[in-house]
Design a protein around this ligand. Structure first.
Ligand code: ZN
Length: 155
């Protein structure tokens, strides 16, 4: 076994850096129905997520964040992947993504660009970075409309 750090495949690194440099769905929503935020103190990653759900469909998502390329690109890919689908589908993709990272499962084609992060499974410290936005999404989906809209926006 080589002692060298495993390297990301060049192609996957490109996908990750593209989402990091040009995050999809960055910003905030005017009237989110669900919101949550989270941090990964080990790395200094932060994610705030706005979600707008109508019926059982995730119509809109937007996130603000800072931190490493893994945490931010994961958030960008996540919003792109689950937006427009049902809440149930979001939970399904979440399960596939976690299996890919935590159990080193074979990437599922349903993951789309998120498959690019499968190499992170080789870096246990980085797994938390990749999963941060998903933890935030899970939390956001658990809040109800009243909680989200009743939260005062302070400065
Ligand atoms: Zn990180």
């Amino acid at each position: 076994m080589s002692r060298a750090e495993p390297q990301f495949d060049e192609l996957y690194r490109e996908v990750i850096l593209d989402h990091y440099r040009r995050p999809r769905n960055a910003g905030s929503l005017a009237a989110p129905t669900h919101q949550a935020e989270g941090a990964n103190p080990l790395c200094g990653d932060e994610i705030e997520l706005d979600v707008s759900i109508e019926g059982d469909v995730i119509c809109e998502m937007a996130f603000r964040g800072q931190g490493c390329s893994i945490s931010q690109s994961s958030a960008s890919m996540m919003t792109e992947r689950v937006c427009g689908g049902t809440v149930e589908e979001a939970h399904r993709v979440m399960g596939l993504f976690e299996a890919q990272l935590v159990e080193s499962a074979e990437p599922d084609p349903a993951l789309g660009d998120l498959e690019a992060l499968h190499g992170v499974a080789k870096f246990p410290v980085r797994v938390k970075c990749a999963l941060l936005c998903w933890k935030v999404l899970r939390e956001a989906l658990q809040t109800n409309d009243n909680e989200a809209t009743a939260t005062p926006k302070g400065g």
